[in-house]
Unconditional design. Structure first.
Lengths: 133, 454
């Protein structure tokens, strides 16, 4: 199966690979997928107290399309607000990378990873506020 | 500098040996005759060439030329052997024993025979219920009537169901952890209705060599026919139909440096094995496989068989040395690698290895100048990894992380060195990118995490 140039570019030069401190109260971590299915994505977002995504890092176990999908969303979410990031859909990812139908699930995972990371951040913040009050 | 791309997928197919091509060429040019033309020199020449090739193929497996039936390839040979035996011996029994790790050409043929039997039984059931109830049996009332008259335990239906159905019942045996069949389990699966055991010589994914001689002896003792899909092992590991007591064997030319589109089924003469044809027509190949013979391809098959026979010992030793160099190079440099299937009972040119936490398809993308295969089926609609690795009990993640290297006659030492260096580098890169590798290194048990399956 032939990959699109954009998938190959992200695969060969992945953006923002790495790990943020998951204990940092401003870091939200999303871990989605399953090893048995052949894809696991971990997306970490560093979010300021006023809801701006300052940094993003990923690590992905999966095919080239899964790696490219996660690399792409790290680029997209940086500098966005949490609310803006929540509007990124898998369709945008699939379109940008010209994913074939059998690879659509990779873009779905990328969307799920954003939502999971933000969810984790919100949970942490709520827990912190509950403690403070 | 090594020449790219590198071919290391010799289980999928092998390149045509230039010496084989040379022998074939006249039969694609001036010697184009039909081997069945008995009245002129064109036919005689073709017939003589086919006869020679038949002897060459027979000699490779310790058979006689009258026992070789040329087919279009191993898929057809497997179909012919299994369907041919089931049809011919239908009054004797209809039970087949095979392995879960067989090639699809065997498994899907067995599944079709099971379906045929089931459809026939369903028809008989409807007929009997119609008799009992005096009503027309339709899809709507079938279940209700079947329950009311307890048709499964009806003596008349049971008697009908014992008659030949044209299909078969099939046992798909599990394999042991190393990929080999247990002879005890095979013996235990045999019933008075068992007519055929179909077990491959060498597995196409993991290169596991089955104990064919022991299986042959057991089948002979029990009076059960033994079909062996010998495609992957022929010409690479010694195979002898007499010593191994094989009754039917499927072979193909393109896995042993011959042309594609030509194969053979070995059919034993003493004691005689009979099969019904699946292709009817002019009665070629002693009625077992009609159709004008593909003379040029058959000549190539014969030449490839002769080369394989003469060079087997030396070539296998050379390929095994290269395979071991590849294996050691990879496993010395990388941690968390697993060899899938028995290392001891293994095709010399096969290395099936899982690089934990580095996904197979993305690894193949990283080594795009090296042709290999992966047990990860991420490209297929099912998302299911290799059924062969699953049957061994290989963890699904490791099945997704597996790569099959197939070394062959034309693999060089420089290629192996290049591949080791490249694969080690790419696996390391993918692991740096892998959340699973990071977690495993931190000592987190990946099995303890609740994953969101999708």
């Amino acid at each position: 199966m032939a990959y699109s140039d954009k998938v190959i570019d992200h695969y060969e030069n992945p953006r923002n690979v790495g790990t943020l401190d998951k204990e940092d109260p401003n870091v939200g971590t999303g871990l989605v997928g399953a090893p048995a299915c052949g894809d696991v994505m971990r997306l970490q977002l560093k979010i300021s107290d006023d809801g701006l995504i300052e940094d993003a890092r990923f690590k992905t176990f999966g095919c080239g399309s899964a790696i490219a999908s996660s690399s792409l969303v790290t680029e997209w979410v940086k500098g966005k607000t949490v609310d803006q990031a929540m509007t990124i859909s898998n369709k945008d990812v699939a379109r940008e990378l010209s994913l074939p139908p059998v690879k659509i699930h990779c873009s779905v995972l990328a969307e799920d990873a954003i939502k999971a990371a933000i969810e984790d951040f919100k949970k942490k913040r709520a827990a912190r506020q509950a403690k403070a009050s | 500098m090594v020449k790219l791309p590198i071919y290391m997928d010799n289980h999928a197919t092998t390149p045509l040996d230039p010496r084989v091509l040379e022998v074939m060429l006249p039969y694609l040019r001036e010697d184009f005759g039909n081997a069945a033309s008995r009245n002129h020199v064109f036919g005689w020449k073709a017939e003589a060439a086919v006869k020679k090739a038949r002897q060459q193929v027979a000699e490779l497996i310790g058979a006689s030329e009258q026992e070789i039936v040329f087919t279009s390839g191993a898929t057809e040979s497997d179909n012919l052997a299994i369907k041919g035996v089931i049809e011919f011996y239908k009054s004797k029994g209809d039970h087949i024993i095979t392995l879960k790790t067989e090639h699809k050409a065997v498994l899907d043929t067995c599944k079709r025979l099971e379906r045929i039997r089931q459809e026939r039984l369903d028809e008989l059931k409807a007929l009997r219920l119609s008799e009992l109830s005096g009503q027309d049996v339709t899809e709507d009332n079938l279940a209700e009537l079947a329950a009311k008259y307890d048709v499964e335990n009806d003596a008349v239906y049971q008697k009908w169901a014992e008659r030949p159905t044209g299909g078969a019942r099939v046992t798909y045996l599990d394999v042991e952890k190393d990929g080999r069949v247990s002879l005890e389990k095979l013996a235990a699966a045999m019933t008075p209705k068992t007519v055929l055991v179909s077990i491959m010589f060498v597995n196409n994914e993991i290169g596991t060599v089955q104990p064919v001689a022991e299986i042959g002896a057991l089948c002979r003792e029990k009076g059960v026919l033994f079909h062996c899909d010998a495609v992957q092992g022929i010409g690479k590991v010694p195979f002898d139909v007499e010593a191994m007591k094989v009754d039917l064997a499927s072979i193909t030319a393109h896995k042993m440096y011959g042309p594609k589109g030509i194969g053979a089924l070995y059919v034993r003469r003493k004691p005689r094995v009979r099969i019904a044809p699946i292709i009817d027509g002019g009665g070629h190949e002693r009625g077992m496989r009609s159709g004008t013979l593909n003379v040029a391809a058959i000549v190539g098959f014969g030449a490839a068989a002769e080369l394989a026979r003469k060079e087997l010992a030396e070539e296998s030793a050379r390929i095994l040395r290269l395979r071991e160099k590849l294996r050691k190079g990879l496993t010395d440099a990388l941690d968390m690698t697993i060899i899938n299937g028995s290392l001891e009972h293994r095709l010399p040119g096969n290395l099936n290895i899982s690089f934990a936490h580095a996904e197979g398809e993305s690894l193949m993308m990283g080594i795009k100048d090296v042709a290999v295969s992966s047990g990860s089926a991420c490209t297929s609609a099912s998302l299911e990894p290799s059924y062969v690795l699953r049957a061994l009990g290989v963890d699904e993640e490791l099945a997704h992380s597996s790569i099959r290297f197939g070394l062959g006659r034309f693999t060089t030492e420089e290629e192996v060195d290049y591949v080791v260096e490249l694969v080690v580098d790419k696996v390391r890169k993918l692991r740096e990118m892998s959340p699973l590798y990071e977690m495993a290194k931190e000592g987190i048990d990946l099995k303890s995490i609740e994953w969101t399956a999708h």
